[in-house]
Design a protein around this ligand. Sequence first.
Ligand code: TRP
Length: 327
Amino acid sequence: MKKIILTGDRPSGALHLGHYVGSLKNRVQMQNEFQTYIIIANLQAMTDYFDRPEQIRENINSLVKDYIACGIDPNVSTIFVQSKVKALPIMTMYFMNLVSLARVRRNPTVKEELERKEFKNNVNCGFVCYPISQAADILAFDADIVPVGKDQKPMIEQTNEIVDSFNFLYKDDVFKKCKAVFGQTAKLMGIDGKAKASKSLGNAISLSDTEEILKQKVFSMYTDPMHLKVQDPGRVEGNMVFHYLDAFYDEVKTRELREHYEKGGLGDMVLKKLLFDVLQEFLEPIRQKRKNVTQDDIDGILFQGNKRANEKADSVLERMERSMKFD
Ligand code: TRP
């Protein structure tokens, strides 16, 4: 039997090149080798955007388009919406009793988000408990492997602690532990060179950016501020044009350009024009595919995906409740 992968995203905005190199590319490569489930975590997004459900709804459509445009095959991978799988909140309720409040507050990702959001004493219960709901996302599908970004490591640890507690309390072997797999590629930086590419910081190139926006972003990329004249030697460390060429352009040619730039005689404009052409060539087919995905396609993909996801999650919930004598 094929091993099971569960992975997913919050529908909180357009996917960008950082998502592509960090996880989408992996998912496309792995989808034929493993049984893949991709969760669109709208319940999790609601812990932040509870006042803007219509925005989440729009983002769900856009996420499906990005997936398809990048090569996720909905006949091979199961793409589904979290709130459409009713076994998930039930499992979450059972798991909530196995995790102390102190433990969820200690979760480094939650802690960091709490500080960043300045929730103070107004933090909602949904927010602090989302790692438990994420454990349900993973365990409802018997996932062996969870490909995620490094920031999701605490969620996987929490999931495996729940596995231990549950099996110990009710019955051995109801759940198995899962393994996190982190993307091979180092984090893609934003065009400002200050932080990793992120939608909320506005420093990312989206998969859905038009040619015009792509051009603006590439030509405003952070390079070497001391490289004033073409003939001057330039610095490639921290230079975003080289960072992106490393991720998207031929390795040998990039090395030659790097040497030329460091020696002097290679201008930023020439490099930016090259990077623009490289990214334009990469993004144009994605844009075209994206444009061809209709609302009917999206509805059909999610209808099928939700159906397959419910079949699996219902069977796991049944197994779980049997072990608790609630069958
Ligand atoms: N927390 C993930 C994110 O912010 C999204 C997510 C929800 C997820 N449930 C998941 C990822 C289960 C992997 C497995 O991107």
